[in-house]
Design a protein around this ligand. Structure first.
Ligand code: C2O
Ligand code: CU
Length: 691
């Protein structure tokens, strides 16, 4: 856990405590003089003074937590500084200046005048204002996501707060004016009035909730960019995603992937109902040479389920990107779609369904796509096979299988079986000493996974498919792979066993031995491998000091609220959820800088389609090792990553959290090239459900 998370939790706790303390103070200060205790008249002012003191200290501490959060990133503190702190802090200052002296006087000598003085609006309103401010601050932490740009939401909040307090002032003045003739109403009247007020409050509350629920419904169909809504500027000629096919070229390699239901048999003997490509999980490995023109025909033989296949990490032409509702219509049962693209970059990639990913990928609709360098060794993978006798090249697709009834769910921990491919438990392999062993680690899950190689120093030779410049030996470090990430690890086989394990199951994994005997236990490591300080720098086409033509900052956050009619956790980008997150609009040739800051309680692996992102910095520290090119940036809790990409692949490209559940609950947007339109639509009335 980072040091950020306790800070954030403290900040939320403080916001809650502020509401409670100022709530108590508000009730006490508003109590009618005629109804205050006559026997112990000092109690009330003293309790109030204590509450005010406590409430003041809490504001001070929350100012400190905001400053600490702001030290990580201005994005983390902006709403605190602009809204949450001043809206409670200014009333607190007013309470210290106006209410406290009157309360002190009453505590010292509770004369009738002194008691009346603390009932005047000037003494009461600062405390009520502190309460409304505290409530605003609290709801900002869990109900109403606020993120820069704040000018509009902040001014709305201040205006509404001022109106509410103005009404309260008027009401309190009236109560003061009538203090003389006060007589307690009959109990029946009081009960009726209380019941009426409660009913009115309930009606307002239920009405507001219903409205929020209704308005959260996603449209039955909508376009990411139809001809009318395309982000077109003068001089940019409109083009449809369907025309963005890349240059026509005869395919050199052809594959067919057939989505079909099939039982998935795990090594332990467990069997579950899977959705597979060609009956296998992972799906057939697509292995090609760099430069190859690849053609993949995807057929859908599932019943009642639409699919679409995305080539994760490969910068394909937009129409081949496999995003239903954006670049194509999902493939209906019985239908097919032909994908064509050139494998331009060598490396480890993968393909997976991009239709209801949170279900389909979990059930098995994924596989590896490996591009061998044009001039390097090629080879098949699979148990024991290798291109040459002195090389072993193994795909390790880490996947969690759900054996429970119903749809797979990441929350279903009781039925989650961690596995490498279909191997749950331990798998043994052999490699002669001296063999160069390459493990292509792929995290197909939604959650971040930690891997450990025990028994030998090793090198991380590629990350997200991109070769690391001059990797050096490391050992006993944890390899932290966010969802969708790939790490290629290489070592020279020693004369003793080596184990690769994933830390949820340290006793499992792959044990490689020279002769089929022996074992080694997973080392306990606490040090995370840091890809930003690994390898050697090399020239890059742009860097932190480049002039960026577009810059976007994205605050990743979570809140409670309605999404598509359900009450749930919303995963927000700048306080908004899909489809209200503004797209990142670019023009071909732009150099775009994206800053992701994570203020939520979860890692967010942010995946941009169609482009490679060069990491500029993490937590403001520039990359000091090899250039780090990623297609998925795992922004851990409290982290800030600055990345950049060249807009050189026109289209409409998803930019989303690779935790499909998060994407499905709002955390997605698009990088949109000006002038690009799409004839496809998403929504419940269409076959298209990108997540
Ligand atoms: Cu690997 Cu948009 O996904
Ligand atoms: Cu996420």
């Amino acid at each position: 856990m980072s040091d950020f998370e306790p800070l954030m939790n403290l900040d939320i706790m403080l916001a809650l405590m502020l509401s409670v303390v100022w709530g108590v103070a508000s009730v006490l200060i508003g109590r009618h003089p005629a109804r205050r205790s006559a026997r112990r008249p000092r109690i009330r002012p003293i309790v109030l003074l204590v509450a005010i003191a406590l409430g003041t200290v809490l504001v001070g501490v929350r100012t400190w937590t905001a400053a600490q959060m702001g030290a990580h990133s201005w994005l983390f503190a902006a709403d605190r500084v602009v809204v949450a702190l001043p809206i409670v802090g200014l009333p607190v200052l007013a309470a210290l200046a106006l209410s406290v002296p009157r309360l002190l006087a009453e505590a010292r000598d509770p004369t009738p005048q002194a008691r009346l003085a603390t009932f005047q609006p000037v003494a009461v309103l600062p405390i009520w204002a502190a309460l409304t401010g505290a409530l605003v601050g609290f709801s900002g932490t869990i109900f109403v996501p606020l993120a820069p740009p704040l000018a509009q939401p902040a001014s709305t909040i201040y205006v509404v707060d001022a109106l509410v307090l103005g009404a309260a002032w008027w009401w309190q003045r009236r109560r003061c004016a009538m203090v003389e003739g006060y007589h307690r109403r009959k109990w029946t009247v009081r009960i009726l009035r209380a019941a009426g007020a409660t009913a009115a409050a309930l009606v307002v509350l239920v009405g507001a909730l219903t409205l929020a629920q209704r308005t959260s419904r996603l449209p039955e169909q909508m376009s990411m960019a139809s001809h009318d809504h395309a982000t077109t500027t003068a001089g940019v000629h409109p083009v449809s995603v369907t025309d963005l096919t890349g240059p026509a070229a005869a395919p050199q390699r052809r594959f067919t992937l057939t989505a079909q239901a099939a039982p998935v048999r795990l090594a332990s003997g467990r069997v579950l109902d899977g959705w597979t490509f060609n009956g296998q999980v992972p799906g057939p490995e697509i292995r090609v040479r760099q430069g190859d023109q690849v053609e993949v025909t995807v057929r859908n033989e599932l019943t009642d389920t639409d699919v679409a296949v995305h080539w994760h990490g490969i910068d394909v032409p937009n129409s081949m990107d496999g995003v239903p509702g954006v670049t194509q219509d999902a493939i209906r049962p019985g239908g097919s779609f032909v994908y064509r693209f050139q494998a331009r970059d060598a490396g480890t990639y993968w393909y997976h369904s991009h239709s209801q990913g949170s279900v389909q990928v979990k059930k098995g609709l994924f596989g590896a796509l490996i591009v061998d360098p044009a001039d390097g060794p090629a080879g098949g993978t699979g148990a024991g096979s290798g291109a040459a006798a002195d090389r072993a090249d193994w795909l390790v697709a880490q996947h969690t299988w759900y054996t429970g009834p119903g749809l797979p769910s990441a929350a279903d921990l009781a039925h989650a079986v961690p596995a490498f491919g279909t191997t749950d438990g331990t798998e043994r392999r052999t490699a002669a000493p001296g063999t160069t062993v390459r493990l292509r680690l792929l995290n197909t899950d939604s959650l971040t996974r930690n891997f450990v190689v025990t028994g030998t120093p090793f090198r991380v030779v590629a990350i997200d498919g991109n070769a690391v410049n001059r990797p050096t030996d490391v050992h006993d470090v944890r390899l932290v792979l966010g969802a969708g990430a790939r790490y290629d690890v290489e070592f020279a086989m020693p004369d003793h066993p080596v184990r690769l394990s994933e830390l949820r199951d340290p006793a499992g994994g792959i044990v490689v031995t020279p002769d089929g005997t022996g074992d080694v236990a997973t080392v306990e490591s606490t040090v995370d491998f840091d890809p930003t300080r690994y390898g050697t720098p090399a020239p890059t086409p742009f860097g932190p000091d480049s002039r960026f033509t577009r810059e976007y900052e994205v605050l990743l956050d979570n809140h409670l609220g309605f999404y598509d009619g359900r009450f749930t956790f919303l995963w927000t980008m700048n306080g908004r959820v899909f489809p209200d997150v503004p797209p990142v609009v670019v023009r071909e040739g732009d150099l775009v800088k994206l800053t992701y800051a994570n203020r939520s309680h979860y890692d967010h692996p942010m995946h941009l389609h169609g482009h490679h992102m060069l990491v500029l910095s993490r937590n403001d520290k520039p990359v000091t090792g090899s250039p780090l090119w990623l297609d998925t940036v795992t922004v851990r809790v409290g982290e800030v990553w600055a990345v950049a990409f060249r807009a050189d692949n026109p289209g409409i490209w998803m930019d989303h959290c690779h935790i499909f559940e998060h994407a499905a609950d709002g955390m997605m947007t698009h990088v949109m090239y000006e002038g690009v339109t799409s004839p496809f639509q998403v929504g419940s009335n269409t076959p298209n459900d990108p997540e």
